[in-house]
Design a protein around this ligand. Structure first.
Ligand SMILES: Cc1cc2nc3c(=O)[nH]c(=O)nc-3n(C[C@H](O)[C@H](O)[C@H](O)COP(=O)(O)OP(=O)(O)OC[C@H]3O[C@@H](n4cnc5c(N)ncnc54)[C@H](O)[C@@H]3O)c2cc1C
Length: 307
């Protein structure tokens, strides 16, 4: 009887988690298709930091190398977004934005999170160069230099405090919003030497990707060599919810130690699965998921064994 499945494993998301999983699955000679719905979360980053072995590789270069490796091993990359996923007998049916459908036996969701970006003029010129999201990733490059922190939600105090690990010259900017901070929080910021400004930011100033300040609504410029923002993020869990995967309190997909979700045959890895949000952790989770998927498929013949 012919195999009713088009692919053994479908991977939704061609970022760090998805491509790393695909690499390992192909090395186990398991048929893989990776559905690539767009650039990874850190596509603007001109250097990926904290990834052992990398020095000055941009996110786009790293992902391009990963894609090539998967391709060279015979993995398929489909440039399309998966819009719908449903359970069928023995697997899953995926519907792509290009109208094509695929039947996959195992499914890995590696769809990541999406950041809320500040609506400030000239962001594109500086984002990923001197305007960042993650102080753990990029704080070191701006140590002991003036840094602006853009945030107004309930975590703004802790976020500014985190950034102040790298510099004593930190200013918290709430971009025209009333910050969600108690009197105690404000006193605490004061004590830490973190200034706060509530004026609206009209644009980033600087050249060639290097920030030198943020222009405020009164025309003044707050000097800063770098800015970090924390405005919120959205876990890309639409497909997980269609399949009935349980979500955790933070809104990410709940997984066990092997990255398996609450739905049989569905794994999740990377930022969408809720652990610390780093490229290297996403990649490692992709590998864990791949090994577990391989374990569940192991009794099957690998593709190149004779029938
Ligand atoms: C500006 C910036 C800089 C960063 N710098 C660093 C750094 O220096 N070091 C570090 O370790 N981490 C860094 N990070 C964090 C890092 O980017 C993430 O931890 C990492 O991208 C997570 O990998 P992932 O595979 O889970 O998700 P992603 O890399 O975001 O990949 C998810 C992919 O899934 C795709 N997708 C989503 N839904 C669908 C769908 N329905 N169908 C098809 N495709 C879909 C998305 O388009 C995306 O390509 C940075 C983040 C940002 C925002």
């Amino acid at each position: 009887m012919s195999d009713p499945f088009d692919v053994e494993t479908g991977i939704v998301g061609a970022g760090y988690a998805g491509l790393s999983a695909a690499l390992f699955l192909r090395r186990h000679r398991i048929k893989v298709t990776v559905f690539d719905g767009g650039p990874p979360r850190n596509h603007a980053a001109i250097q990926v930091h904290g990834y052992l072995g990398l020095r000055s590789t941009s996110a786009n270069e790293l992902i391009a190398i990963g894609r090539r490796q998967v391709d060279e091993l015979g993995g398929r990359l489909e440039g399309c977004r998966i819009e719908r996923a449903e359970t069928i007998e023995g697997g899953f049916l995926l519907a792509g934005s290009n109208g094509t459908q695929w039947r996959v036996r195992r499914l890995l969701l590696a769809t990541g999170v999406r950041d809320q970006l500040p609506d400030i003029e000239r962001l594109d010129e500086f984002y990923g160069r001197s305007v960042h999201v993650c102080p753990h990733c990029d704080g070191y490059e701006w140590r002991d230099r003036p840094i602006a922190v853009i945030s107004w939600n309930e975590s703004s105090r802790d976020f500014a405090s985190k950034v102040s690990h790298w510099s004593r010259q930190v200013t918290l900017l709430t971009d025209g919003r009333s910050p969600e901070l108690s009197a105690d929080d404000r006193a605490w910021l004061d004590q830490k030497g973190i200034a706060m400004r509530t004026a609206t930011i009209t644009r980033f100033e600087g050249r060639d990707g290097q920030l030198d300040g943020l222009r405020l609504e009164d025309g003044s410029v707050l000097r800063a060599d770098a800015a970090f923002f924390s405005l919120g993020e959205e876990c890309q869990t639409g497909l997980a919810q269609q399949l009935g995967c349980r979500l955790g309190e933070s809104g990410s997909i709940e997984v066990d130690d092997e990255q398996h979700t609450s739905v049989d045959g569905v794994w999740a890895a990377g930022d969408v699965a809720g652990d610390s949000q780093f490229a290297v952790i996403a990649a490692a989770q992709g590998v864990k998921a791949a090994l577990d998927i391989h374990r569940t498929l192991a009794p099957r013949e690998p593709e190149s064994h004779p029938a």
